[in-house]
Ligand binder design. Structure first.
Ligand code: RFL
Ligand code: PHB
Length: 390
């Protein structure tokens, strides 16, 4: 098989890249190791920056989102029995969209299918070869058959555990990592959101987040031990803990609807530099991970795609390689901003097992400052809504 850009991974990064390139007449093949049903059922992100929404429009997969999305002009931070609102719309002039990653993936798969260019699902043993030469290619097996895709470029959009970054010799990449001593236990439930805004709650018993997917569906998270056993968390225990951490307002609105999904995610910060290695471009979680506290992971994956697809168009349409050469440097500026913000939000809002009483007081003092000072609220707001690109 011959294509222009071979893409490994059919998460939001790989699918968006394929769709945006297709709309610009550039041919791609997407190879995904999981089944389509599995990819579309994975519950993950839900908060989109305006830039991400803009790119979904550019990719012509925004119709259903525009009909069904929720819009938020702010967030609430709960601590010490208080609820403080940060009015992001008022501070920045921009708002956030609630639209699930599962919906984005579904609509992208459908758009690609309709164009006769859907991903190859359940592609096994994917391996990338010769990306330092002018003959890069990808091998895989499908239904027991060995196949090869020859291409000009390879986009490694295969997430943190993918094969692309792992194919690089360790001395070619520099990695930066912080593993947090906790995870998030998340449930999806059919009950209306407890508040009009997302509530980020700091408490001595740990962090909690009250988010949503639709007017009828809530997404709720609890900080838990990194090695927490899900079996020890029946719904009743989760609700009891959510009520403690969320405080009175939450407790008054929270019903005990049974969970329809329950999972634990570890929290990690990670960057692998650079993002380009010859004909191989890493994008999204394959190159960087942020803890979910700042709602940046999906937005950052899509930001890489925005930069990469424009660079590829410049190459295919005008024969210029300048944007491709700058890809890594351009992406890394935004990546490190998001790293700093996500680390800061995580540090401010979670309970750290090793922290001293002095440090815990400082944490509350910081939340008071951030929610009480116009300058500090502005700093949170402009990062949360997403910094400009240029
Ligand atoms: P993905 O989504 O991990 O997709 C990678 C794809 O590659 C496939 N793959 C392979 N395919 C072929 N061969 C191989 N060897 C392969 N190895 C892997 C995988 O099966 C998969 O389909 O990466 P991508 O596209 O870079 O997208 C990144 C986002 O998924 C991620 O950053 C976000 O979900 C993070 N995130 C959030 N981001 C936000 O912007 N806002 C949020 O509100 C938000 N909330 C979250 C989150 C992540 C969470 N978890 C579970 C980590 C909440 C949670 C709980
Ligand atoms: C979510 O709804 O899944 C969500 C929202 C905000 C975050 C993280 C996750 O910061």
């Amino acid at each position: 098989m011959r294509t222009q850009v071979g893409i490994v991974g059919a998460g939001p990064a790989g699918l968006m890249l394929s769709q945006l390139l297709r709309l610009n007449g550039i041919d791609t093949v997407v190879l995904e190791k999981q089944s389509r049903a599995y990819c579309e059922a994975r519950i993950r992100a839900g908060v989109l920056e305006p830039w991400t929404v803009e790119l979904l429009h550019e990719a012509q997969v925004a119709d259903r989102m525009e009909r069904e999305k929720m819009t938020h002009g702010g967030i609430e931070i709960a601590f010490d029995g208080k609820y403080r609102h940060i009015d992001i719309l008022d501070l920045t002039g921009r708002d956030l969209t609630i639209w699930g990653q599962t919906e984005i993936v579904h609509d992208l798969n459908r758009a690609l299918d309709e164009a006769g260019n859907g991903p190859v699902f359940e592609a096994k043993d994917v391996a990338i070869h010769d990306f330092d030469t002018d003959k890069p290619h990808i091998t895989y097996t499908s239904n027991g058959e060995s196949l090869e895709v020859h291409c000009d470029y390879i986009a490694g959009c295969d997430g943190y555990h993918g094969v692309c970054r792992a194919s690089l010799a360790p001395d070619r990449i520099q990695t930066f990592e912080r593993v947090y001593p906790f995870g998030w236990l998340g449930i999806l439930v059919e009950q209306p959101p407890v508040s009009d805004e997302l509530i980020y709650a700091h408490s001595e018993r740990g962090f909690a987040l009250f988010s949503m997917r639709s007017p009828a569906t809530s997404r709720l998270y609890l900080q838990c031990a990194a090695d927490e056993n899900l079996a020890e968390w029946p719904d009743e225990r989760i609700y009891e803990e959510l009520r403690h951490r969320g405080g009175e307002k939450v407790a008054a609105h929270l019903k005990d609807a049974p969970s329809i999904e329950k999972s634990i995610a570890p929290l990690r910060s990670f960057v692998a530099e650079p993002l380009r290695h010859g004909a191989l471009f890493l994008a999204g979680d394959a190159a960087h991970i942020v803890p979910p506290t700042g709602a940046k992971g999906l937005n950052l994956a899509v930001a890489d795609v925005r930069i990469l697809y424009r660079a590829l168009i410049e190459f295919y349409k005008a024969g210029r390689t300048g944007l491709l050469e700058n890809y890594s440097t351009t992406c890394l500026r935004r990546i490190w901003n998001a790293q700093r913000f996500s680390w800061w939000m995580t540090s401010m809002l979670h309970t750290f097992p090793e922290s001293t009483p002095y440090e815990r007081r400082l944490q509350v003092s910081e939340i008071e400052y951030v929610t009480g000072s116009a300058a500090a609220s502005m700093s949170l707001a402009e990062n949360y809504v997403g910094l400009p690109f240029d």
